[in-house]
Design a protein. Sequence first.
Length: 87
Amino acid sequence: MTTVEDIFDEGEEFSGEKAIEFLQSFRGRYIIGQALFYAIKEMESVEPEVHQEKSNIEDMKYLRDELFNFPDEMYSSQSVKESGEGI
């Protein structure tokens, strides 16, 4: 599994090119998918519902479904604890 530390040499500065390289790795896609999972969950829980940012939620779901399509069970800490597995 690729991590940020694997992409950057010690002392090397962060760059957009390296960030894209990380994003294209399995780990990078997993991290963004996880961020989308929790952001969607949190934004859908906003009450009253009229304050929910529906178009942003739908856009996030689109990105999740088309580019970062991991099963939700991978992000649920309860599912991970029950299975004894993780990323």
